[in-house]
Design a protein around this ligand. Sequence first.
Ligand code: F6R
Length: 608
Amino acid sequence: MCGIVGAIAKRNVVPILIEGLKRLEYRGYDSAGVAVLNGTLQRVRSTGRVAELEKMAASQGVSGDLGIAHTRWATHGVPSERNAHPHVSGGISVVHNGIIENHEAMRQKLRALGYEFLSDTDTEVIAHLVHSHVKTGRGLFEAVRQATSELVGAYAIAVLNEKDKTHLVVARHGAPLLLGVGEGELFAASDASALVQVTQKIIYLEDGDCAELTLDGAKIFDDKGNATNRAVHVSQLTPDAVELGSYRHYMQKEIFEQPMAVANTLEMVTSAQTLSANLFGVEAENILSQINQMLILACGTSYHAGVVARYWLEGIAGVPCNVEIASEYRYRDSVPDPRCLVITISQSGETADTLAALQYAKSLGHKHSLSICNVPESALLRASDLRFLTRAGPEIGVASTKAFTTQLAALALLTLAVAKLKGRLTAEREAQLLKELRHLPSALTTVLHVEPQVKMWAEKFTNMQHALFLGRGIHWPIAMEGALKLKEISYIHAEAYAAGELKHGPLALVDKTMPVVAIAPNDALLEKLKSNLQEVRARGGELHVLADQDTRIMPAEGLHVIRMPDHAGMLSPILHTIPLQLLAYHAALERGNDVDKPRNLAKSVTVE
Ligand code: F6R
């Protein structure tokens, strides 16, 4: 979590740093700060949002041609000005993303050297440590290298020294950091979107890299201290991809971008008549034909995508599949199988638990891995043998929407590829399923038209404290996703149950103050689900049902129905996600919440 930006140029970099922070605010928004050199070090910190910091910097006339900036998601120490970055020691100023695990021990050591701590953060340790090495006569670069060799944990840092206006030093280990190359100017940031305003030329630093940035360019050294070159990539990001345009919120924009995001993700199959496993990498055909089971590891919304995929992979491809929450898997003893494919799913590709779960799986002896991810060059993609880049485009709203539906599109492709390799897909069935996939973007556009009806539901949810989401079979994880969306942005407590479980306990909660949302497609479980819905109605529960055209579920007193288009077969879970996203969005709006930046959360969860 946390976003960092750095810049060295022959012009005032404050507007560049502030604009970068605005684009990184999705990573955390508890506080923000900037430090620049202009003769002396000028530092401004705010417990408000970046817009507040911008006003403060303008009113204090802060400017300089070398600077660093930070937007924080609090881990060590409450959100407050004294805990906001940059942290300063002597003339050394540091911004940091990550967690320093040995900060307690380092604090004691530094206190013994006479350093006084002014914040509760782990980051302040870095500032003092670098300063202690500069004091012994080391240059900034050497001091940072020495300091990082003493740190345990994860970090991406940018450091400047008030006494040296010629360079900025950055380093990364376990947290993302990239450089942006301008004309006679250089930048550093947590992700490319922060720099889209100034450059599209990006250098992704590798783990363990430390770099010195001057007006003449970047000198990069790898984890062994050897000078190294890293390739310059041209980012495909355009400024308008990260602009709100005519939308009120990023979440709204991203919900409505789903037809295009899914179309982009499926682009490789839209013109093809048959499916090739090599969509997942050059080794995919070889690896996928060897595997005899799958293990999916992910967190949050990405975990829900994994649970949907399990139904597909077992039902269509006939391959046994387990799905585990990454943070649980990484700490339990389990039995590895060299013929198991470990699949990690992540929007950001930098979720600490998912990355650690993959490393753990490998350490146990799992041989094959595949990552499905939305961020090119992310740590997760680089850690896997096979990879699939969803093409949702940048997702800025903290609540994941288009990343989820594109993950499902990718997992549907994987299912078909594996089913084909395992001889479980006739050419006719393959052609039929590919046709359905091609139709998916336009089906999504149709479903978005239910928004006015969903909005009416949302108005009624506004004053509720709790809600229940029900689904069966492959729509149960979609109910889980609906409940997660509602709680994270509207703060209404919501739970999801497999509808058959209702009578085993949760039915006790149902009364007229507990709205119940049910996903009722016309599939093999429809009649069973209808019985579960009767159980709710009989207890006075208010039902809100997403029903396919031909389900014969009719609106009645206490029974509200939104008609979905014709049953979409295998792809039905993707379509049913849309109204649930819209429900959460409108409920949050009605309650006056900050839809894109819900309290206590951050987009990118790089801590355990
Ligand atoms: C919820 C949400 C989170 C993420 C989770 C994993 O809307 O976005 O639950 O899905 O933090 O993040 P990624 O997918 O980046 O690994």
